[in-house]
Design a protein around this ligand. Structure first.
Ligand SMILES: NC(=O)c1ccc[n+]([C@@H]2O[C@H](COP(=O)([O-])OP(=O)(O)OC[C@H]3O[C@@H](n4cnc5c(N)ncnc54)[C@H](OP(=O)(O)O)[C@@H]3O)[C@@H](O)[C@H]2O)c1
Length: 261
């Protein structure tokens, strides 16, 4: 039996794909379930599967499709019976690939599509995977000295610094900023509901830094410090592995700084 089971949602490329690689390397006894819209089209995932045939499961999951979430819950339950770490990584800036620069660019479709992927999807993942998270073994994170309040598992929502209301100095990017601000509220709410009882789940939002991926590509020339996915995810896993129940509901940067909502 695997020491730990991790599910990475949005694993086809970028930060999600790197989470799969880093976790397989750092935790040799563990298994990873990598989900994305088209697993057969992700060359990165196909290569990782060839290198780790028994430790990596690939599943189709568009986070805007409830039926596909249900299929992966069933698969995870039947194959592993638990989940120790859920990472909601899928995200988009906007349907156009660029954040709105002013009100003129705002559209109902852009807002709804961005919210559906960035906010509604992660919440529905939490809803449907909650029973499996409650069956986790507390493998990731630091155990509480009080055995009665031992956490079972960790839920990570990949957020963004620009979702902070307090730190918003520039405006713009309506869909992305609003969807991530709402995602942070989602993590906080989940930390309260899933933190109750004898099988609590640690729920956090994380910001990865500005990372060299397709999502940030249109803005790379303005970024003074662009992280590789390897560096960012190493930092994020250091944060995940250091979490305790007292951290639940918080929003952390890649360097473990707690950031205001
Ligand atoms: N890169 C940065 O600088 C940065 C900064 C702050 C926060 N973040 C956050 O980090 C997370 C990962 O971003 P990234 O930089 O790795 O982006 P990316 O390279 O553009 O990858 C985006 C991922 O989201 C997936 N996705 C989009 N819509 C989906 C849907 N409906 N269902 C399932 N998967 C879907 C994509 O899948 P397909 O391959 O199928 O399109 C892809 O795997 C995002 O939540 C992002 O907001 C990134």
């Amino acid at each position: 039996m695997a020491s730990a089971v991790t599910l990475v949602q949005g694993a086809s490329r970028g930060i999600g794909l790197q989470f799969c690689k880093t976790i397989l390397k750092r935790h040799p006894g563990s298994v990873v379930i990598a989900t994305c819209r088209q697993p057969n089209s992700s060359t990165g995932l196909q290569q990782l599967k060839a290198e780790n045939p028994d430790r990596l499961d690939l599943c189709e999951l568009d986070v805007t499709k409830d039926e596909q979430i249900g299929n992966v819950v069933k698969f995870t339950k039947e194959r592993h019976g638990k989940l120790d770490l859920l990472i909601n990584s899928a995200g988009m800036l906007h349907t156009s690939g660029r954040g709105e620069t002013s009100l003129r660019d705002v559209s109902r479709e852009g807002l709804i599509d961005t919210f559906n992927t960035n906010t509604v999807g992660p919440l529905l993942m939490a809803k449907h995977f909650a029973p499996l998270l409650k069956s986790g073994s507390g493998y990731f994170g630091i155990k509480s000295p009080d055995s009665k309040t031992q956490h079972t598992s960790i839920l990570v929502n990949m957020s963004a610094k620009v979702g902070s209301t307090t730190e918003n100095q520039l405006g713009g990017w309506y869909s992305y900023r609003m969807s991530k601000a709402a995602l942070n509220m989602c993590s906080k709410n989940l930390s309260i509901e899933l933190g109750r009882g004898s099988k609590p789940v640690i729920c956090v939002s994380l910001h990865p830094g500005t990372v060299d991926t397709d999502l940030s590509r249109p803005y790379h020339k303005n970024v003074p410090k662009l992280f590789t996915t390897e560096y960012s995810v190493d930092c994020l896993m250091d944060v995940v592995e250091s979490l305790t129940m007292s951290d639940t509901g918080k929003f952390f940067l890649y360097d473990r700084t707690a950031f205001p909502f």
